[in-house]
Ligand binder design. Structure first.
Ligand code: F6R
Length: 240
């Protein structure tokens, strides 16, 4: 694991873009794995600026997102579809047909899961997978559990995650209880993984991730330890 310590959130976001651009520099048609949440917002801002300056072209980029809440319309402000359009896609030259987010608002969720698994198979290995980390060590919505799934499926969010994500909703009751999420195998199916973390709330999870010597499904991020190219880009608070 390569650990890059940054002074603050802004430096973390700039450094993340620099690392990603370096990793993609010789790739003709990059495939990016994208995350939502507060952590990558600054990185997406930096991507937009780079796109405006002609330093990052999205016209050949294909992307796949980690997850989406079940039962939320893509037009709804709290959906990850909306988040991605608002924070990135509407502001860069990515083609609509090239970005992919699980469709979790229909009646047939099993079909939606099957289709996303098929899509991931067709797209194949991502060049770079961007990740955040939950306070409880989740990656995507792979929550601490007795076993973890390899592929995409429907997951139940834990109370910790519902509480943490309630800041985006009017109350914890409004946070969806389920999501469609990539599995651990999907996440690891990338040439490089860039995990971002900032703030005190992530200290414990980052400490555990750096120091753990075990693959522990109760700490899902521990599975990143088997990947040969993981960058942890974090501010000094998260790394304290
Ligand atoms: C988001 C995702 C989650 C978040 C994690 C951290 O697509 O899959 O694993 O990365 O919950 O969220 P923030 O960045 O809001 O602290």
């Amino acid at each position: 694991m390569k650990i890059i310590k940054c002074e603050n959130y802004q430096e973390m976001s700039e450094k993340a873009l620099e690392v990603i651009q370096e990793l993609l520099k010789d790739v003709e048609k990059p495939v990016l794995g994208l995350a939502t949440g507060s952590t990558p917002e600054g990185l997406y801002q930096e991507m937009i600026k780079a796109n405006e300056k002609g330093e990052m072209d999205f016209s050949d980029i294909c992307s796949v997102n980690l997850d989406e809440y079940v039962g939320i319309d893509p037009e709804n402000e709290q959906s990850y579809h909306y988040y991605m359009k608002d924070h990135l896609f509407d502001h860069v030259n990515i083609k609509e047909e090239n970005y992919n987010i699980p469709k979790a608002d229909g009646d047939d969720l099993d079909k939606a899961v099957e289709e996303y698994n098929q899509l991931l198979d067709e797209i194949g290995r991502r060049n770079v997978q961007i990740l955040g980390i939950g306070n409880n060590g989740h990656i995507a919505f792979n929550e601490p559990d007795k076993t973890l799934s390899i592929g995409t499926r429907i997951v139940q969010l834990t109370d910790d995650t519902i509480e943490a994500n309630s800041r985006f909703f009017d109350s914890p009751e409004e946070v969806p209880k389920k999501a469609i999420s990539m599995g651990i195998g999907d996440i690891l199916n990338a040439d490089h993984i860039v995990l971002l973390a900032n703030g005190k709330g992530k200290q414990k999870a980052i400490h555990q991730l750096i120091h753990t010597e075990e693959l522990d499904p109760m700490f899902p991020a521990s599975f990143l330890k088997v990947h040969p190219s993981v960058f942890i880009i974090a501010d000094k608070e998260a790394l304290a």
